[in-house]
Design a protein around this ligand. Structure first.
Ligand SMILES: Nc1ncnc2c1ncn2[C@@H]1O[C@H](COP(=O)(O)OP(=O)(O)O)[C@@H](O)[C@H]1O
Ligand SMILES: O=C(CO)[C@@H](O)[C@H](O)COP(=O)(O)O
Length: 548
């Protein structure tokens, strides 16, 4: 333990979909400060819902880049007012929602290097972006560009072998291709393209920050084995792209010292290091101190399932990213778009807007929900690519939701689900899907398997109980539900000793162990092994109907 009068502090930021968050830890890994800014409610002038704008086509989804900048002003001002001592910060790092892209206008690097500490970043960077609305991970409007890329490299599997994933609409390369094809003037007026993570790092650095290997794996542009941009992918995407992207770097690199702007405006030390920012899921892997064999389930805006893997085995479903801790290794990830926002919709419609009543519904309905199974794809799902709500009864016939309108029109309702059963149908359906795709990716439930849960909804014990039952495994959580921020703060701390060969595991070995949250019901295996098979069969039917 340090005896210095001003013992060091490490900051971890998370520029996620719905909010900007920060966690500060001391050198003993204890959390000493947490703060956040909610985009919708605290920056209403940007008129976002869930942090984003869904465009009229229902496919294009963007967020205002200046909203992220203004959120940082607000967060740091708030910390200063709360008496947070920035001079103690020895290093900072962070994360961003994955895949989103930021387009810096020609001349912006000069602005970044000469920020006037008398003004806020939002004023200073007003004119620094060639695209004001950044495409984000919820976007699914680049199908044409995905097809083009796969054709250019020799098919979906070939692309997955190179970049870790087949072409996905939200992946940055396909978004860049769309921009180049539909708005060439904005593309030409761009001097640098950042991910949300490297954009945030650039603000702190006062210069363009490198894209790291791990978040860079979510672009359909990086060769995950050589860890360099894939020339065939760059060529198929847009002109002189390597120049616009800069060289990718290991996720553990120290980018440099903090910009003088933050020293003068907030009192940071001149020697504070800025460590490469990465994607929110990779940072979360660090925050949960995931080990090979563990499976993590993040219940944030998106639901994700991820594991640490040693060797990549890319497939046409799911993603392989470079590992953010050990650059020679990898992580496998599945992403589901209809996560918390869909749970919120059903909470509002079936539980009067209350998480407490949502939980009651889970507690008062039986495992297996009398054989009813639900698919809730409010917006075009990523895994699998399907849309719409589909409910099935015990005999696999389609079940309809009973509505006032139906009753008034005397329509025949085959059967109907009570609001409580609908809550269970949603949550069971979500977790059956997470398990189904995890198993298809090679993850298997064996004695000793444990699930680590994180993200906003992991604070709900009843949701975790369903997760535990469906996976038939104990579920653990860590104290700080935001493992992304925590992982970023750990990464900042590790960066100071990484060069001298100290491992990440060594640096975080004294962190509090994950706590057991729930264990599976003894009847769970029997119920859900069978239900999973039915779920897979019914999902085929849903997909068949969509893509005959
Ligand atoms: N008690 C709760 N039960 C279920 N879900 C919750 C609860 N509290 C918060 N959430 C969910 O957490 C989500 C936010 O999770 P978070 O991990 O902070 O998201 P992100 O990092 O994507 O901004 C909200 O959309 C909300 O639905
Ligand atoms: O697209 C993905 C992962 O591939 C998403 O997981 C985003 O990274 C958004 O994260 P959250 O804001 O939901 O944490």
């Amino acid at each position: 333990m340090s005896t210095e009068p001003n013992p060091p502090v490490f900051l971890g930021f998370d520029f996620s979909t719905q909010q900007l968050k920060v966690v500060a830890i001391d050198e003993n890994l204890a959390v000493i400060h947490q703060n956040n800014v909610q985009f919708d409610s605290e920056l209403p002038e940007f008129s976002t819902r869930g942090g984003v704008h869904v465009h009229a086509d229902g496919l294009t989804v963007t967020s205002p880049v200046l909203m992220w900048v203004k959120a940082l002003d607000l967060l740091l001002d708030r910390m200063k007012r709360a008496g947070f001592d920035f001079s103690r910060v020895r290093a900072l790092s962070g994360a961003g929602q994955q895949h989103g892209s930021v387009y810096w206008k020609t001349g912006a690097s000069e602005t970044l290097k000469n920020l006037d500490p008398e003004q806020n970043l939002h004023q200073l960077l007003q004119d620094s972006f060639s695209v004001l609305n950044s495409p984000v991970w919820m976007d699914s409007s680049s199908s044409q560009q995905c097809n083009d890329l796969q054709t250019a490299v020799g098919g979906a599997l070939r692309l997955a072998e190179i970049t870790g994933s087949r072409a996905y609409e939200r992946f940055t390369g396909n978004q860049i291709a769309k921009l180049w094809q539909t708005r060439p003037r904005e593309y030409q007026d761009t001097e640098r393209i950042s991910l949300v993570s490297s954009f945030a790092a650039s603000l702190f650095l006062g210069d363009y920050a490198a894209v790291d290997f791990s978040d860079g794996s979510g672009m359909n542009l990086l060769d995950i084995r050589s860890r360099a941009w894939s020339q065939v992918c760059l060529d198929a995407t847009a002109p002189h792209l390597d120049r616009l992207l800069g060289e990718p770097q290991p996720s553990t690199s120290v980018l440099g010292r903090i910009s003088a702007y933050f020293v003068h405006r907030y009192g940071f030390s001149k020697s504070c290091s800025v460590v490469t920012f990465t994607g929110d899921n990779p940072a979360s892997l660090a925050g949960m101190r995931l080990q090979p064999g563990d499976v993590a389930v993040s219940l944030g805006t998106s639901d994700t399932v991820f594991t640490w893997i040693q060797q990549p085995c890319p497939a046409t479903e799911g993603h392989v990213f470079c590992n953010p801790i050990k650059w020679q290794e990898y992580m496998a990830l599945l992403c589901f778009k209809n996560g918390s926002l869909t749970r919120e919709r059903i909470r509002d419609e079936c539980a009067g807007g209350s998480w407490e009543r949502f939980s009651d519904a889970l507690r008062t309905t039986p495992l297996g929900n009398h054989g009813n199974i639900g698919f809730y794809f409010d917006s075009m799902e990523i895994t699998p690519p399907a849309v719409g709500v589909h409910l099935f009864g015990t005999d696999d016939t389609q079940v309809y939701r009973q509505t006032m309108m139906m009753m008034m029109m005397m329509m025949v309702v085959v059967t109907s689900l009570s609001p409580q059963m609908e809550v269970r149908a949603l949550v069971e359906g979500q977790f059956l899907s997470r398990r189904l795709y995890a198993e298809r990716l090679g993850y298997s439930i064996i004695p000793g398997t444990c699930v680590l849960a994180t993200g906003g909804a992991s604070s709900n014990r009843d949701i975790l109980q369903v997760l535990s039952d469906v996976f038939n495994a104990p579920v653990y959580t860590i104290d700080v539900s935001n493992s992304t921020c925590l992982g970023s703060a750990y990464r900042a701390l590790h960066s100071l000793v990484a060069e001298s060969g100290v491992s990440f595991a060594d640096v975080v070995k004294n962190a509090q162990e994950p706590q057991l949250a729930v264990t599976p019901d003894p009847r769970a295996q029997q119920v859900y092994d069978h239900m999973l098979k039915r779920y897979a069969r019914l999902e085929d039917r849903v997909l068949q109907k969509m893509h005959p």
